[in-house]
Design a protein around this ligand. Structure first.
Ligand code: GLY
Ligand code: MN
Ligand code: MN
Length: 439
């Protein structure tokens, strides 16, 4: 768990980077799935990052005074309501929330329209995620206009609206030790889930039966949810990058690609493993698998402070391009295959992304036009793959083989820590674990 004081420290760090002004950060709305049923509620990542507060219908406001180096942290949230709490569960209410989450003030959410124009009076700037939600943009501009209407009384309205994400994305990119602890835990639960999937799969099962094993493992360890829709893709389905039907029957001789990770205390794990449904890699499958594994090892060895974001991807592409030539999938030299991007017929995505509260987490990949250098505290995925669809010029024994291997890594002072190494990855580890399955 992230201690409550850490959320307050983040607000103070944000306020110290803002010049004087007012930050407005709403949480996510509840969303209707159909008629009276809602999607499972998930808070907004920016809001949660700054508050730790999980209830819907809440807004954080920070009033920063740069001259005095002071800031006031205000929560707007739902009021206590015995009747609603009988139906839908506990609500903190402003007073208890203020105390428990260390805000300076808390007010009922119903007072937002009345209080915000007062808070914005004589403030130079508003900080919000402009463009994220049209409804909120309109509300913010409405409050600014309400202040402007008081100009003849000598009150000035904020003259600029700044994008708060520029500050928050940079903060979220660097994980604290508290956050890394949570991410290690999310990784542990997710690697257990992948092990369980390897141990439970049998030819003839449906993909969703394996998905159920993953979800079982997530929930029984207290993870809130999958961090994204799991991909459980047998045989040719592994060549569909975002396959989520998860309903086909698994055949002996097929590979099974599973891309699944849980969300724990808001933080995502994102793991892919590919393994044989019957526990033993065939020769062509093994060739492709070992190639992707070598590409991943090359990529991970490039994750260290000072290396540009692009270095792991470049290393993975180099190994894959050589392998595609060696296996007869691409023709020409490695340089030609790389320069003409012929390798993209089999490897068409990038090698990773930032990871954190969002599975594709906040943070710029470039700075001043150049790939930014990796730095300690950044967390990212390393996920090369190879997807071979049937085609005339492709040797038939490779058709419909799809392999991806994905781990989560944290950049350290000296290199990196692989958070997800407990999920078996070498051919020997996978075949060894699967050999000991009960019949
Ligand atoms: N699971 C989404 C991704 O690997 O990026
Ligand atoms: Mn990923
Ligand atoms: Mn993934």
């Amino acid at each position: 768990m992230i201690p409550i004081k850490s959320f307050r420290e983040r607000r103070l760090a944000l306020a110290s980077q803002m010049q004087s002004g007012v930050a407005i950060v709403p949480t996510a709305p509840e969303r209707v799935r159909n008629r009276d049923a809602h999607f499972p509620y998930r808070f907004d990542s920016y809001f949660y990052y700054l508050t730790g507060f999980r209830e819907p219908e809440a807004v954080l406001v920070i009033v920063a005074d740069a001259e005095k180096s002071q800031s006031t942290h205000i929560l707007f949230c739902r009021e206590k309501d015995t009747e609603r709490e009988i139906w839908n569960g506990f609500r903190h209410g402003p007073e208890a929330a203020r105390e428990a989450f260390e805000f300076d003030e808390a007010h009922p959410i119903s007072t937002l329209d009345e209080i915000l124009p007062k808070l914005l009076a004589d403030q130079p700037a508003v900080y919000c995620a402009l463009g994220e939600d049209g409804g909120w943009d309109t509300r913010v501009i409405g409050w600014v206009n309400r202040v402007r209407q008081q100009s003849r009384g000598g009150i000035s309205a904020p003259a600029v609206i700044r994008d708060i994400r520029l500050l928050l994305d940079e903060m979220r990119l660097f994980k604290s030790e508290d956050e890394l602890q949570v991410m290690r835990h999310a990784a542990r639960i997710s690697t257990d889930a992948h092990r369980r999937a390897m141990q439970s799969v049998r030819p003839g099962m449906r993909e969703y039966e394996v998905e159920a094993e993953l979800l079982h493992e997530f929930r029984r360890h207290g993870a809130e949810a999958p961090a994204y829709t799991p991909i459980v893709a047998g045989g040719a389905n592994a060549c569909i990058l975002h396959y989520v039907e998860n309903s086909a029957r698994l055949a002996s001789g097929d590979l099974l690609l599973i891309d699944a990770g849980c969300e724990l205390n808001g933080y995502a794990a994102d793991i892919t493993r590919t393994f044989p449904v019957d526990g033993k890699f065939g020769p062509a499958q093994k060739d492709v698998y070992q190639l992707v594994l070598a590409a991943q090892a090359a990529a991970i060895s490039e994750v260290r402070p000072g290396n540009p974001w692009e270095a792991p991807h470049t290393a993975a592409v180099r190994v894959l391009a050589q392998g595609f030539v060696d296996l007869g999938l691409c023709r020409g030299s490695v340089e030609e295959v790389t320069e003409t991007e012929d390798y993209k017929r089999f490897y068409m995505h990038r090698t990773g992304h930032w990871l954190g509260l969002d599975v594709h987490d906040a943070g710029e990949y470039k700075q001043d036009g150049a790939w930014r250098p990796l730095q300690p505290g950044m967390t990212l995925t390393v996920e090369p793959g190879c997807y071979i669809r049937p085609a005339e010029n492709v040797p038939q024994h490779f058709w419909n083989i799809g392999v991806r291997i994905e781990d989560d890594v944290a950049v350290t002072e000296s290199g990196c820590e692989v958070l997800t190494s407990a999920a078996p990855k070498s051919v020997a580890e996978i075949e060894g674990l699967m050999q000991h399955r009960q019949a």
